[in-house]
Design a protein around this ligand. Structure first.
Ligand SMILES: Cc1ncc(COP(=O)(O)O)c(C=O)c1O
Length: 385
C-alpha cells in the first residue's frame, strides 16, 4: 500500500490512459530540443563561459536583484537586449515560465481584459490564474473573433485596458501568429499586444529579433524573448515600455522574491545575442535547413503546410502516437510524442524540431524512416502544419 494513495491513484490513472510522463535520457539525433541554432554546446559559447569566469563573473547572484543580487552582467545584458530588440527597457528573469507568470499576474489590472489565443502556453495560463483581470480566449489565430470579443466585452461595460496575447511561433504547432494583424487590432482598439517570441527569437525576424521586430519599439507592445531555446542558455528577457518594466520590478512576485539568475548565465546570454548580430550566417543556415526540410517532408512523406522549424505530425490518439515515437527512437532519432493536456485531446503528435545539431542528410533519412514506420503501424498524419 502506497504511503500516498491519492497520488499513486493519479499516477496509475495516467498510466492506464497512456499519459504517464517519464524522464528519459537524451539518445540519438536531436529532433526534440529547442536548441534551434545549436548554441547550447557551441565552442564559442563554451569559450564565452571560460572568458566570463576569467574576468571574474560570479556563478551565483547571491540574492534577489532588489537586494545584493543585482550584478553588472544583468544590467549590461538588459541594456544590450533593449538596444537589440528595439524596446525602451528589458528585464532578465530566470526562465520564460516565470516571466510569463510575472507578466500576466502583474500587468493586467482588476477591470482589464486579457484576450489570449486558445493555444497560448501553460505559463501564460498560470499567470492569468494568479492575476485579477478578466480573461477570455479567441480561436487560434482568428483575429476577427478577437475583435468581436473585444467589442462584446466593451458593449457589456468592460472599461479597463485590453491585453491581447499570442505566441509568435506556436510551440506545439509550429505555425506563426498573424502578428501584424493582431498589432493592427491592438492599435484600433487601444489594446496592448503581448507577443511571446519563445520559438521565434534567434530564428525569425531581422537578425533573429523575432516576428515583432518591426513593432517592438511601440510602448503598447510587450515582447518575451526566452533564452533557453535558440539562444542556447536559459532565462528570459521581457522587453517593453519603461513603465511596464518598472511595474514588474516593483510588483512581480517571481522577480521580487527570488534569487537573481546567475551572472554567468547573463554573460552567456550576452554572448548569444552578440552572435546573432555578428554572425547572420547561423540564422540563415537554420532558415535554409528548415526550408529544405519542408520540401523533403513533402517529397518523402507528402506532408504540407509547415511554417517553421517545428513540425507537428498529428496522429490523434495517445497510444499510437507514443508507439510511433518509440519506433523512431529505436531507429536512433530523439523524437518525442506529445499528448494531452500539453496539446488538445485527440491531437497527440510527434513534435519534430529542426536544429543545427542535426545535419540535413540525417533529416532526410529520418523522414524516410518516419514514412516507413507510419506505413508499418498503419498510421496517417491527420493534419500537417
Ligand atoms: C511559448 C513558450 N513560452 C514560454 C515558455 C517557457 O520558457 P522557459 O522554457 O524559458 O521556461 C515556453 C517553453 O516551453 C514556451 O514554449
Amino acid at each position: 500500500m502506497s504511503l500516498f494513495p491519492r497520488h499513486q491513484g493519479v499516477l496509475d490513472a495516467l498510466k492506464n490512459r497512456g499519459r504517464y510522463r517519464e524522464l528519459i535520457a537524451r539518445n540519438g539525433y536531436d529532433f526534440a530540443s529547442n536548441d534551434y541554432l545549436g548554441l547550447s554546446n557551441a565552442p564559442f559559447m563554451r569559450q564565452a563561459a571560460h572568458d566570463a569566469l576569467d574576468r571574474g563573473v560570479g556563478v551565483g547572484a547571491g540574492g534577489s536583484r532588489l537586494l545584493r543580487g543585482n550584478d553588472q552582467e544583468h544590467v549590461l545584458l538588459e541594456q544590450e537586449a533593449a538596444a537589440f530588440f528595439g524596446s525602451e527597457r528589458a528585464l532578465f528573469l530566470g526562465n520564460g515560465f516565470v516571466a510569463n507568470m510575472a507578466i500576466f499576474s502583474t500587468l493586467p489590472q482588476l477591470g482589464d481584459l486579457v484576450l489570449f489565443d486558445s493555444l497560448i502556453h501553460a505559463s501564460a495560463h498560470e499567470g492569468m490564474r494568479l492575476g485579477r483581470a478578466d480573461t477570455q480566449s479567441f480561436a487560434h489565430n482568428d483575429v476577427a473573433e478577437a475583435k468581436l470579443k473585444i467589442e462584446n466585452w466593451r458593449a457589456e461595460g468592460g472599461e479597463g485596458r485590453v491585453w491581447i496575447a499570442c505566441e509568435a511561433v506556436y510551440s506545439m504547432d509550429g505555425d506563426k501568429a498573424p502578428v501584424a494583424e493582431l498589432y493592427e487590432l491592438a492599435h484600433q482598439t487601444d489594446a496592448t499586444l503581448i507577443v511571446d517570441e519563445a520559438h521565434a527569437t534567434g530564428v525569425f525576424g531581422d537578425s533573429g529579433r523575432g516576428l515583432s521586430h518591426q513593432i517592438a519599439n511601440d510602448p503598447n507592445v510587450l515582447c518575451l524573448h526566452t533564452c533557453g531555446k535558440a539562444l542556447g542558455v536559459s532565462g528570459a528577457l521581457i522587453c517593453g515600455a519603461s513603465v511596464l518594466i518598472e511595474t514588474l520590478i516593483n510588483k512581480a512576485r517571481g522577480f521580487v522574491f527570488s534569487t537573481a539568475p546567475s551572472p554567468l548565465n547573463a554573460a552567456l546570454v550576452r554572448a548569444a545575442l552578440n552572435e546573432l548580430q555578428v554572425n547572420p550566417d547561423r540564422q540563415n543556415t537554420a532558415l535554409a535547413q528548415t526550408a529544405r526540410t519542408h520540401d523533403l517532408a513533402k517529397e518523402i512523406c507528402g506532408f504540407e503546410g509547415f511554417e517553421s522549424q517545428i513540425l507537428p505530425i498529428i496522429i490523434g490518439d495517445d497510444k499510437p502516437t507514443m508507439a510511433l515515437a518509440a519506433a523512431m527512437q529505436d531507429k536512433g532519432y530523439d523524437i518525442r510524442g506529445v499528448r494531452p493536456p500539453t496539446v488538445p485531446k485527440g491531437t497527440g503528435r510527434l513534435r519534430i524540431s529542426i536544429t543545427l545539431n542535426t545535419p540535413i542528410d540525417v533529416i532526410e533519412r529520418m523522414l524516410h524512416d518516419l514514412n516507413d514506420e507510419m506505413s508499418a503501424l498503419g498510421l496517417e498524419a491527420k493534419f500537417n502544419g
